[in-house]
Every structure is written in structure tokens, then in C-alpha cells.
Design a protein around this ligand. Sequence first.
Ligand code: GDP
Length: 296
Amino acid sequence: MFDKLTQKISDAFRFVSGKSSITEKNIDDAVEAIKMALLEADVNLRVVRRFVNATIEEAKGEKVLRSVDPGQQFIKIVHDKMVSFLGDARQDLVLKGPDTISAILMLGLQGSGKTTSSAKMALRLKKEGRKPLLIACDLVRPAAVEQLSVLAHQIDVPVYKEEGATDSVKVYKGALDWARKNLIDTLIIDTTGRLQIDEPMMQELSRLKEVSNPDELLLVADAMTGQSAVDIAKAFDEKIGLTGVVLTKFDSDTRGGAALSLKTITGKPLKFVGVGEKPEDFEPFHPDRIAGRILG
Ligand code: GDP
């Protein structure tokens, strides 16, 4: 998935690895090559600059230049910086205990993978012992309700839908009633998406947020769209407020830009990644593991 980036960064490390001593020029060359690799991977320019400056500052310290294995020290610095840019520690969902109903609002543009990710989330929570309910509140995309029902059936999780509904808040209220009667502990709300951000969508989502008082507001964004995934996250955060991001299509050649820029630009953690079309293709996002994968 990060093949090209990994290759370019390992090329950059050649300027410093295997040497008993390295110079500031070696460090500059390695950092310049890493900078080019990150830009090519569609990482946000501001993020690249911060990454480069932080790496140079630390790498030019005495500890690296005088170390017995300076190349290794340099690689460790790059690794640690990358973990920090990816968000440091794993950020899990923050939900209430099973005696109270929790709600997760799944937000995102049409085609981002919102409906699929809602089902993936439901399957994951079910495996953790929770009792999730999928709620079909995407009333704009014609096939969304049916698609959610098919997925729910596949993973054997209940789905709440209202035929011919036009008001997602009304659907949500019906779902909450149903959930109370059926001992559901987690609501996963698949919301309306559009091709681009517009006011009616944001207003509808704000109303849904108000009535559902969600524990998690997750933006589902397509990693293939690179920096625009980050811009979309920023816009949703400003208008609705997010608690985290799910980056989908991580299995395709994403180049890595969105994952590396997201936390720094939006301040919101990446919580999960979608790694395929099936309900099982969903992984928690671990910054250290991803940094390890990028650095090869
Ligand atoms: P929505 O409009 O946001 O609800 O998007 P969908 O859930 O319908 O997803 C759009 C398309 O992306 C579908 O064909 C999904 O199968 C596909 N998709 C969703 N998540 C992933 C993923 O993580 N990897 C891949 N390869 N495809 C995905």
C-alpha cells in the first residue's frame, strides 16, 4: 500500500546507514530525499515542512553525530517523528458502558465508504460483545437503505429502516424506541452523504447530532483522494465537530498522504482504516505499526 513511499524512504536512508560517522551534509541529503518522497506521496506541504524541520533539528544534535551507529539513530528519529505525526498512541472508540445506549454518527461524502464502514463497525462491535443496531438515515442516495439492509443481514446485526422516509431525525427517533425495547447498547447511524459539502447536508447532520447526542462522530473519508480527504475532515470538524476519522480504501495504492497529514492538520485522530470491501476488512489504526510499514 505504501510501496512507493517505502522504497523512496529506504533510498533516502542510504545517505546515512552503514557509516561509522556521518556529517551534517549526509543528514541534509537524507532529509531532502525524505522530503521529496513525502511530497510525492501527497502529504500536505505544511506537514512536510514541520516533519523535515523537526527531524533536522534532532538529527543534527551531538547524540546522533557522535553515536556509534549514527545511521540507526537517524532512522529511529524518522520513525519516532512519523509515529508522532500519525497520531502517537492508538485512539480507540470512547463509548458508554453496556447499560446505557451509545451512539456513533457516521459522516462523510457519497462514495467515501460510509455505508460499508457502518456495517464494518457493527461487526467489530458485535465481536467485542456489544449489541449494535444499524440505522438507515442516508435517505439521499437511492440504494443506501437497501445496501445497509443487505450488509446487516450478512453480518447478522439488526437494521432499523422506515420505508419511504424523508426525515432522518424521525427515523432516528423510531430507531431509538426500537433499540430500547430490544436491549441494543450501540446505535450506528449511517447518515446522508452528498457528492460535495453543502448547506442542506450540514443542517441535516447538525439536527441528527443534536437529537442523538453521539459519543462518536466519525468522518468516513476515502484515502485515495489524498489531501482532499484532509480538507473534507477539516470542513466537517468545523461545521459538525468530529471525534475521529475512518480512512477507507487503505488497501488500494493510497500513497499515504491523507494518513500522514490528517492528525497534524485537523487535530483529529485516525481511529480505523478500511482495507477492503468485505465487512471483515476493517482495522484499528495503530500509528506505530503504520510507521513501521511505511519505513519498511
Ligand atoms: P457511501 O456512499 O459513502 O455509503 O459509500 P459505500 O459504502 O457505498 O462505498 C462506496 C464503494 O467503495 C463501494 O463499492 C464499497 O464496496 C467500496 N469500499 C468501501 N470501503 C472500502 C475499502 O476500505 N476498500 C475498498 N477497496 N473498497 C471500499
